[in-house]
Ligand binder design. Sequence first.
Ligand SMILES: [Zn+2]
Length: 605
Amino acid sequence: MRISLSEALLLPLLGTAMLLATAPASAEPPAGPPTPWPVDRCREILDKTLPVHLAPDLSALTAGERAAVADLLAAGEILQRLYEEAKHPEAAAAGAEVRAAAAAGDPAAACRAELFRLFQGPVATTLDNRREPFLAVAPESPGKSVYPPGITAAEIEAFLAAHPEERAAILGERTAVRRATAEALARDLAALARHPALDTLHPGLADRLRALAAEPDPARLYAVPYAMAWADEHVALQRLLFRAADHVEGDDPEFARYLRNRGRDLLGNDYESGDAAWVTGRFARLNAQIGAYETYDDALFGVKAFPSLSLLLRDAAASATLARGMERLQEVEDALPYAPHKRVRADIPVGAYEVIADFGQARGTNTATILPNDALFSRRYGRVILLRGNIMQHPELFAIAERRFRAAVAPAHAAELALDAGHLRTLWHEVGHYLGPDSTADGRPLDQALGAWADALEELKADLVSLFAVQRFAAAGTIGPEARRAVEADGVLRTLLEHRPRRDQPYQTMMLAQMNYFLDRGLLAADGDARLTVDYERYPETVAAMLAEVLALQRQGDPAAAEAFFTRWTSWTDELHEPLAARLREAGGPRYRLVRYAALGEERP
Ligand SMILES: [Zn+2]
């Protein structure tokens, strides 16, 4: 689960997709064969893009750690390509073509190559928040490339109704779904034959594929593990992780063990050993998120995780401070307005890091990460929290946040935001994912029970737990009134949106729900010019009330009830939301962020 400092602004980079079926008619992409965007359309986006350059000082690393960094960056490049391919089947070919044309000196192609880097594929999020190809490729499909092209949720549900035994595989977090054509089956069987290790780790799979191949039927669906869908790449990843492990064996044996476990996980398509080693490991200077974790790109069922890698450098002093802040964890869990409460680990591994480089689904200006999402693994081993300091404290990103806040609130509130407040709110947002119900009252996993609403509810819960925890800390005297006020102001900033959210945008949807709820409870009030005043006295009661509703919806696990809740709280009016959004658009500056990494040889623009 991720969160960002400049949430509304970075969301185009989070890989959210438009569900064409739910978009208004005017938002349909233009008909006709796809054509590359002209240079002026391309420029229009890049002119609204803030370059962010990350260049942490790696001089304290040992020679072994530096060699491991090189291998992990190479692994990241593989996962980057897999991510692009998972999002669009034509990404690799279209990307290679546009980069070649750019290298040959075509300025329009150079511009489009830059867009490809920004959007990690051939589909842009336009200034009016639509998803549209900018290269000559097919429009994006909600299931991207991890389901058969153009398939509908209804067809998959119909298939599962007839084949209930396939549900776990078809809706698995790390499986690719295919139509049982002779061609697809032959390709998968060839991959198994090429890599005996995969055949060994997935017993029975070859027989199952052969049985399907005996009677190919495109109406029949089947699923293969990612390890097999991208077999050559996964074998290469495993080798790179093992070699990186050898490099750090002497300096950081626990990190080395984690890398080897994760290398095996990738081939076995089962992350338990690596997740256990990751969450409970005590590493030296390096850390890394490796594999497919987040499901935001799956606009069909919201269950498929997409490939990622983040390579991080630990900030020892800041990490020690954070660990002390975790001492009140159980107290916050016990105070949450739901029952029954659970025991939470007192020793959640929370660390402050600098981003060396991000790849695939993890690329962007996310300020923090908490993983794994898997309910069983997090119950068994806990979850690791990685705060990303060189994003959270990036001066240009904070300056934008401050301009947006000032554009939204009455002048009396103008100075209430503070750079450090974002840290605390972000930290407790991440911890918030750790607290509250792990499953519905009748024992179903939240993701499966709540379907398309699971992410929006989970992120909303995390935001509210953060604001709730800060009230507790302030009441207990753990934090001072100024810090409390700054976090509360940051909570108001969190609700500000430049654009009316689409239903398939979980972050924006829950941000709008908070704004409307806060307005309803008098925590926020808007004057005739849609300028907000904040009644901070109303914070504790408002947050507790909304949190109680959200926790109840999670316990209930009824998607219809969740939909009714979001329908009620996500109205968008011409009197308030639209003029406020217009002011934010004007104040916010660049809409998109393009992150470049010194570790990849990318220079400050
Ligand atoms: Zn989150």
